[in-house]
Design a binder for this molecule. Structure first.
Ligand code: GLN
Length: 485
């Protein structure tokens, strides 16, 4: 038998039900694997005690016949989710030692379904970044070609690295502009950013509240569906959570795509698009066409404004959300002569360079005199970007694009360091989806010539994750991507 840590969530559930191994053996196998792979720096906190206690309860429930949907499944939790009694820092120094007295709704749902918490996963500070390099705890390492020390992507870099390296069965992530999809693509795993409002944001450290969504990162498409089934649902504690039924997403898997209209946006193929990425996209198009789908050219004409709009709106919301870190209420406090100095000293020491950059940009675009010129204009263009999708979905049912314009790059890459805009450009295919509030997912689509994972992105209509899952399952089956074992 393969190592039990290499199994997908659905295979693990089968193994547990068939008594091939117990939940306790499973948790111990993961804890041992985590120890072996500490060099990846994927976890910023391991919670062995919690994991073993939960696993024991799961083992008992399997014996009693009272197992729940994810009974005994060992998960890694992105450090952006507040976990009651377990340190949560958003990988920022300013939240040093913060232990939340409450649980995020998404993690509460997962644990209520029997999931086991292995620990908290590395990420870019406050989810700002695309490489996991802005983490106060240092970058996580991509498990592909580990010796090359490549980034796992970000901001959910620890989540994607841990899933790919088999040191959790699946993980939670969050996505504000691509933070689930891009790291999933870089690490050869699957990830879904659901429709805005599908999952509760309660208890998730806020970055840009109108864009943030939680979602799973997992080894395959079915695992994503199984996790989303449990994570999603209306929550009165989040005013933007939408009152709608959560379908059983696994029902979409295995359905035919015959007659499905797949949109391919012309604007996502700029001159100079990496040839391997273009070829991978073409392969995806071909697979869906051969499976009976109808491929249609679509246009999303405001695509080129998406990055500038995102990098106005996201920092604006971030600067407001991060005003609460004043040294008084949570985490780090650096004393000063007066109250004002204490604020300044705490924020100076507590925030990293990228977070400060966003606070500066955000404060600027919200300030009197610039608010109309930048923030309001960005909101108007955001509407046009959304309208592009509404129009496109008159002609198609789902959209197929690459996830990222590059494969994983080296930690400390000179080009990215030289100009932060280069890092921001990485989000070119993902940010529109957040601006429009739509669901998007990434699945592994092959390897580049130098052996690194490539991802394909599917984009669906609002609250139509099912069509995305349907197309993703067809692609996944035909591609036959080989995960790291
Ligand atoms: N890379 C993007 C950023 O830096 C997206 C981050 C995210 O989705 N959390 O803002």
């Amino acid at each position: 038998m393969a190592k039990i840590t290499s199994l997908t969530v659905h295979e693990t559930l089968d193994g547990l039900k068939n008594k091939e191994f117990t939940a306790l053996e499973l948790a111990k196998a993961y804890l041992a694997a985590m120890e072996e792979k500490r060099a990846l720096n994927a976890y910023v906190l391991e919670t062995a005690e919690t994991a073993l206690a939960q696993a024991e309860e799961s083992a008992r429930r399997y014996r009693d016949g009272t197992a729940r949907a994810l009974e005994g499944i060992p998960l890694g939790i992105k450090d952006l989710f507040c976990t009651k009694g377990i340190r949560t820092t958003a990988c920022s120094h300013i939240l040093d030692g913060f232990v939340p007295p409450y649980e995020s709704t998404v993690t509460a749902n997962l644990f209520a379904a029997g999931a086991v918490c292995l620990g908290k996963l590395n990420m870019d500070e406050f989810a700002m970044g695309g490489s996991n390099e802005t983490s106060y705890y240092g970058p996580a390492v991509n498990p592909w070609q580990e010796e090359k020390k490549l980034v796992p992507g970000g901001s959910s870099g620890g989540s994607a690295a841990a899933v790919a390296a088999n040191i959790c069965a699946a993980a939670t992530g969050t996505d504000t502009g691509g933070s689930i999809r891009q790291p999933a693509a870089f690490c050869g795993v699957a990830g879904i950013k659901p429709t805005y409002g599908r999952c509760s944001r309660y208890g998730i450290v806020a970055f840009a509240s109108s864009l943030d969504q939680a979602g799973p990162i997992a080894k395959d498409v079915r695992d994503c569906a199984l996790l989303l089934n449990v994570m999603a649902g209306y929550d009165a504690k989040d005013s933007t959570s939408v009152k709608t039924e959560t379908p059983d997403f696994t029902k979409a898997l295995g359905q035919s795509v015959k007659g499905l209209k797949v949109g391919v946006p012309a604007e996502y193929r700029p001159t100079g698009l990496n040839a391997e990425i273009a070829a991978c996209w073409d392969k995806g198009i071909k697979i869906l066409r051969e499976a009976g789908a109808e491929v249609v050219e679509i246009s999303l004409p405001h695509t080129r404004y998406a990055l500038p709009v995102y990098y106005i709106i996201a920092p604006a919301e971030a600067s407001s959300n991060l005003a609460r870190y004043d040294g008084l209420r949570y985490g780090l406090r650096v004393p000063g002569e007066h109250l004002d100095n204490m604020y300044v000293n705490s924020r100076t020491a507590g925030f990293g360079v990228e977070v400060k950059r966003r606070i500066m940009v955000g404060t600027y675009v919200l300030s009197a005199g610039y608010y109309d010129a930048y923030y309001l204009k960005a909101q108007k263009v955001r509407r046009l970007i959304r309208d592009d999708f509404v129009r496109a979905f008159n002609d198609c049912d789902v959209i197929l694009t690459p996830t990222s314009p590059t494969t994983a790059f080296p930690i400390g890459d000179a080009q990215m360091k030289e100009n932060p805009i280069n890092m921001w450009l990485n989000d070119v295919f993902t940010v529109s989806v957040n601006l429009a509030g739509l669901p998007g997912m990434s699945l592994p689509a092959g390897l580049s010539a130098n052996g690194l994972p490539l991802g394909l992105q599917l984009i669906g209509r609002a609250f139509d994750e099912e069509t995305m899952f349907k197309a993703a399952a067809v692609l996944e089956k035909e591609i036959g991507f080989e995960r790291l074992k």
